[in-house]
Design a protein around this ligand. Structure first.
Ligand SMILES: *Cc1c(COP(=O)(O)O)cnc(C)c1O
Length: 356
């Protein structure tokens, strides 16, 4: 059969996949290790019973936007919700990126920015972070002056490095007044500052959040943006009509009754994160200080793929980042439950011992 060729942008890409392997301890995709409250799961049956399944859902997701707005002390007109923050990012790029426009990322960072930007036709320019993966304001200045981006991404804390972005860098970007600036706060609850309080009508600033990480609802696929009203209006034009189904809207409203319960786990994760960082350093392994629920590390002098598959032999799956630009030799481990972290650390211990 002759195959019809896809667009150049699609053909040039191999896609974005996190291989899922069926192992006892899965620490590769930064989800919460804790399921959501059982009370919420029980409520879902009632919610399913109240949905008017023959009707289209509320296209504006009014109630959901209202409760999210309350959570952040903004107006519902400052809130855009979609199926995961990846769809939020895609909608931003459909609205402000696209053919003939430039999108800027500072590497290493979340791979989906470049991927979605290319799929939606934009030209992607990458600035570089330093060896410690912090970003120098001179680099921001250079890239923005040279390329005049339509959209620039910062990720705070940054995935996959865990490094917290400085507010000074965001201020620098905004003062250069070049296009839309997106701050992706997928891991904000684990870090010490948020850009949400900076959002106002006079700044081209969009902050994105997700239910997938702290809120233990990766399976539900919900994310949102907090932005000026004039941005939200345009995003609503670009997105598909009725993109949020009625069940999801109601289930998410119900989930927001339990946020404090889900957020109390944050302090446990942070304690476990320090334990992992210290233990890895104790083995002479380089780690980058993390403000998120994962730790990037580089097993020194090791064959990193070998290290990754030995972890797998011990039943522990982590993310192999070693093939990504700037991340030679690096693995990323998601902070799990204390038991899962124990299994990870004893696997590391065993691997290091076998090399001695
Ligand atoms: C996990 C993650 C997301 C979340 O995507 P969802 O589509 O909401 O699950 C967004 N940005 C970053 C940097 C992430 O790590």
């Amino acid at each position: 059969m002759t195959r019809f060729e896809p667009r150049d942008q699609i053909r040039a890409m191999s896609g974005y996949h996190s291989p899922q392997v069926d192992v006892p301890v899965r620490l590769n995709t930064n989800e919460s290790p804790f399921p959501p409250p059982t009370e919420w799961v029980t409520m879902l049956a009632d919610i399913a019973n109240t949905v008017s399944w023959n009707r289209y859902p509320d296209r504006e997701a009014t109630e959901l936007r209202t409760v999210i707005a309350q959570r952040h002390g903004v107006s519902p007109d400052n809130v855009f919700v979609a199926n995961g923050s990846n769809e939020v990012l895609q909608t931003i790029l459909l609205t402000y990126g696209g053919h003939g426009r430039t999108v800027v990322t500072f590497e290493p960072t979340y791979q989906m920015y470049g991927q979605i930007a290319r799929v939606t036709g934009a030209n992607v320019v990458t600035g570089q972070r330093g060896d410690d993966f912090t970003l120098d304001s001179a680099e921001i200045d250079r890239i923005v002056q040279q390329h005049n981006p339509a959209v620039t991404f910062l990720c705070n804390p940054n995935n996959p490095t865990g490094v917290i972005e400085s507010q000074k860098n965001l201020d620098t970007l905004l003062s250069l007044a070049s296009g839309i600036v997106v701050v992706d706060e997928a891991y904000a609850e684990f870090a010490d500052w948020s850009a949400i309080s900076l959002v106002n009508e006079d700044l081209p600033l969009i902050v994105t959040r997700t239910f997938s990480k702290t809120l233990s609802l990766a399976a539900l696929r919900v994310g949102y943006a907090i932005a000026p009203t004039w941005v939200i209006e345009q995003l609503n034009i670009a997105v598909l009509p009725y993109h949020l189904d009625a069940f999801k809207q109601a289930a998410t409203v119900a989930a927001l009754l339990f946020t404090s319960e889900m957020e109390t786990r944050v302090s446990l994760i942070k304690t476990e994160r320090s334990r992992i960082e210290l233990a890895l350093q104790g083995h002479g392994i380089r780690v980058w200080p993390s403000g998120a629920n994962f730790v990037l590390f580089r097993p020194h002098g090791e064959n990193v793929q070998g290290f990754w598959s030995q972890l797998l032999n011990h039943g522990v799956l982590v993310r192999d980042c070693s093939g990504w630009p700037r991340l030679e030799g690096c693995l990323r481990v998601t902070v799990g439950t204390p038991q899962e972290n124990d299994m990870f650390l004893s696997a590391v211990e065993a691997i290091m011992a076998s090399h001695r």
